[in-house]
Design a binder for this molecule. Sequence first.
Ligand SMILES: Nc1nc2c(ncn2[C@@H]2O[C@H](COP(=O)(O)OP(=O)(O)OP(=O)(O)O)[C@@H](O)[C@H]2O)c(=O)[nH]1
Ligand SMILES: [Mg+2]
Length: 478
Amino acid sequence: MPRSLDEDPLTLAIAPPPDETPEAKEARLKAEAEARKVSERIDEQIRAEKAAMKKKRPIKVLLLGQSESGKSTTLKNFQLTYSPKAWAEERESWRTVIQLNLVRNVNTILDLLSEELSGAQYRSGPLSDSDASDDDDAAVVAASTRADAPLRFTERHALLKLRLAPLRGLQKDLEECIGASSGEDIAPVDAPITRKSQTEAFIRTHHIWKLNTKAEDTGLSHKYKATKAREATEIIAGCAEDMFAIWEDPTVQQMLRRRKIMMEATSGFFLPEVERIAARNYVPSDDDVVRARLRTLGVQEYKIKFETGPAAGSDWCLYDVGGSRTQRAAWFPYFDDCDAIIFLAPVNCFDERLAEDSKVNRLEDSYMLWKLVCSSKLLARTQMILFLNKCDLLDQKLKSGVLIRDHVRSFGNRSNDVETVSKYFSQHFREIMKRHSPEPRQYRVHMTSVIDTKATAVTLGVVEEGILQAHLRSVDLI
Ligand SMILES: Nc1nc2c(ncn2[C@@H]2O[C@H](COP(=O)(O)OP(=O)(O)OP(=O)(O)O)[C@@H](O)[C@H]2O)c(=O)[nH]1
Ligand SMILES: [Mg+2]
């Protein structure tokens, strides 16, 4: 029978000959069945290889959240809990960072002191009997426009300022060694919308691990860095008493209170421990390392071979990202093929504004980011884990008398305690996830204070198991 001209050429090419005999047909069908079996075996083999490769590929976890939400601190907890050997090896490297944090604490106070003194007037003697300082120094009165009594500075303050002057150059040296480029922020106590120091720190976290080994990281020779490190330790040891004195000074404390600056609540605050940290043989404790502050720039990859726990022996790849606004565009390429996201939202920030944009409330910013991540189609099947972090600071703030309802109107007359407040915020995050996820997903939330390494280890145990199970399920589903 003549074939129609519009038939598919491939069909034509593989069609049996028109004059095929029954024997030829039987042989052809047998050969075709055999070929199908071979093809299925190959498909199965490819599937198994893919699954094996996925099983072998590291478990990929992204740490997301705004700046200072606690991402790098969570990463440190992972290292401390699951990779203790590597953690111990890196301990020494943190010494320089902690020294830098300490020096910055002091320089911040010196800056504020200079500001006060620059607008100050000398008086020839004590203002009154009650104003007289113990050593009868000439008093310096800060030209404060505030209604309260002026701050009284004495020659002792000027002397302390002078003796601590070497810390200026030291800060630069330490930053240079680490690969940092500038200072940190100070959070005012009442934070609402008020001032924050404008300085932004841009420090590439990974530099520090190689600080003492690889010269090319910062372009400085190992010998140069070692000399600088020795010098830094000597200068800090020499200034220890003065550093403590300026921190403890009642007039300085008064100045901080008036400016509504609570240094204790700022990142990398080490001043009360100056004696221990300034010792020549100082070795950072686990707690020091966890509390040390280095702002992350870009996306840092950390490969961790789990030494303990149910996932022992497996390789994890944790990505720690910079959380400030200018850094966020760099997150998206890492969404692909990601097993889980740990999203950190600091809940103590309900009355604070972003350092990079004073118009934006930090809690609102966290809601917005959470919505963005939840609604991403690329992440539709990625496990999402929310850490409502800094619960310790939230507790402190609430206990100091700050009322949620003054900042979050919808909170109404609910009880102003940490449990009610965190549950209330959690409900909001849950709603956002439910409303914006492309597919239904489980809401996994943990109330955390990630500087508490013991409690965080327990949380990470739960997180680890969940991620591992999801990873294995995804491997079997290929
Ligand atoms: N009190 C308290 N401090 C915390 C907590 N979590 C983090 N911190 C401190 O907050 C500071 C900022 O934490 P990081 O982990 O560096 O923040 P980050 O999210 O990595 O910030 P970027 O790198 O700027 O994106 C550090 O000094 C931490 O020690 C917490 O739960 N409680
Ligand atoms: Mg960080």
